[in-house]
Ligand binder design. Structure first.
Ligand SMILES: [Zn+2]
Ligand SMILES: [Zn+2]
Length: 344
């Protein structure tokens, strides 16, 4: 089969002909129909994150059709449309059994540690394949598996309850999903913080109250809008030291700050003023869980989560075109979200 693979860090991906992967008794072989090209893939290609093997087929946002299932598989069958949970875990350990499989000691991410979806086929444990309803295109299904799922998990970590106020720092792919999903979970007012007017406009279109941090102090403005109270839940989805700090400082009594943007700088907080006085919590949020995905897909099927704006371009399984899109992501030259589409 054709696979577009990373051969060495910092080098363009290459087309290789490799065998169709072998699938075991509990696995499903998937004919890939759509694979999202994610910003993480640009980091991987550049060599900024250690890879599980080389060469490796990139691609962790995958949707397709079940081609074959192993004899022990009952959850899906050949011919079904599915999208794939990208973390593959043992299924047996304490973390796997308690539904927190991302902490499994053997967890491997497709397209990062093992071969992913920039290929014609992928083999995966059948439990990682979730049914994709007809109403959702393969392209949309693929992209749901990354940013939207991660935003959903962050909201769960923040324990958003009916009527609570939510602030979302950063209106990118994560933030736009978070705004809609916060509403779906019953949130009251949702404040969207960004510095780009077009992003703030998009956030307003999805029902958020925009906070333009290019001309206002985001924390002061959130305090003003909440009549001094601060928000119940604040989500950080950028990963900048300044926004991490603002996320924590915008909380009200019993507020929860959920940090999902990757930031390597230390965070300075005043334990008394910021945490103790408010009984506030700072929570880390990483990736998402298999059990969250069927719920997320159903919200997309019912159009409660609209991700129709996400995919701005489709391209074939072609090394040159994929490298070009990764260059764009690397250089921020064009704000495109491309998906590799393979027709049936
Ligand atoms: Zn991704
Ligand atoms: Zn495990």
């Amino acid at each position: 089969m054709k696979a577009i693979r990373m051969v060495a860090p910092g080098q363009p991906l290459e087309l290789q002909q490799i065998p169709i992967p072998a699938a075991g008794d509990e696995d499903a072989l998937i004919r890939v129909r759509a694979t999202g090209i994610c910003h993480s893939d640009a980091h991987y290609r550049a060599g900024r994150s250690p890879m599980g093997m080389l060469p490796i087929t990139l691609g962790h946002e995958v949707a397709g059709e079940v081609e074959w299932v192993g004899p022990d598989v009952t959850s899906v069958q050949a011919g079904e449309r599915v999208c794939l949970h990208y973390n593959i875990s043992c299924g047996e350990c304490y973390y796997c059994k308690s539904g927190n499989e991302q902490f499994c000691a053997t967890v491997k991410m497709i397209g990062h540690h093992i071969d992913g979806g920039y290929a014609e086929y992928i083999a995966i444990p059948a439990r990682n394949a979730i049914r994709l309803p007809e109403e959702i295109s393969f392209e949309e299904g693929a992209t749901l598996m990354c940013a939207s799922a991660t935003a959903f998990h962050a909201l769960h970590k923040g324990r958003v309850k009916d009527g609570e106020t939510v602030a979302v720092f950063g209106v990118g792919g994560l933030g736009l999903s978070a705004i809609q999903l916060a509403k779906a979970l019953g949130a009251g007012e949702v404040y969207a913080v960004d510095i780009k007017p077009d992003k703030l406009e998009l956030a307003s279109a999805y029902g958020a109250i925009p906070v333009d941090a290019s001309r206002l102090d985001a924390v002061e403005e959130i305090r003003r809008l909440t009549k001094g109270k601060g928000v119940d839940v604040a989500l950080e989805m950028i990963g900048l030291p300044v926004t991490v700090k603002q996320t924590v400082e915008s909380l009200g009594a019993m507020g929860r700050a959920v940090i999902a943007g990757i930031c390597q700088s230390p965070l300075e907080v005043h334990p008394y003023q910021t945490l103790i006085g408010y009984e506030a919590e700072i929570i880390g949020s990483n990736d998402h869980l298999l059990q969250e995905l069927p719920v997320l897909i159903d919200l997309a099927r019912r159009k409660i989560l609209d991700t129709s704006h996400v995919v701005s371009q489709t391209i074939p399984l072609d090394a040159g075109k994929i490298n070009q899109r990764l260059d764009d992501l690397e250089n921020y030259t064009r704000d495109v979200r491309a998906v590799i589409v393979q027709q049936g």
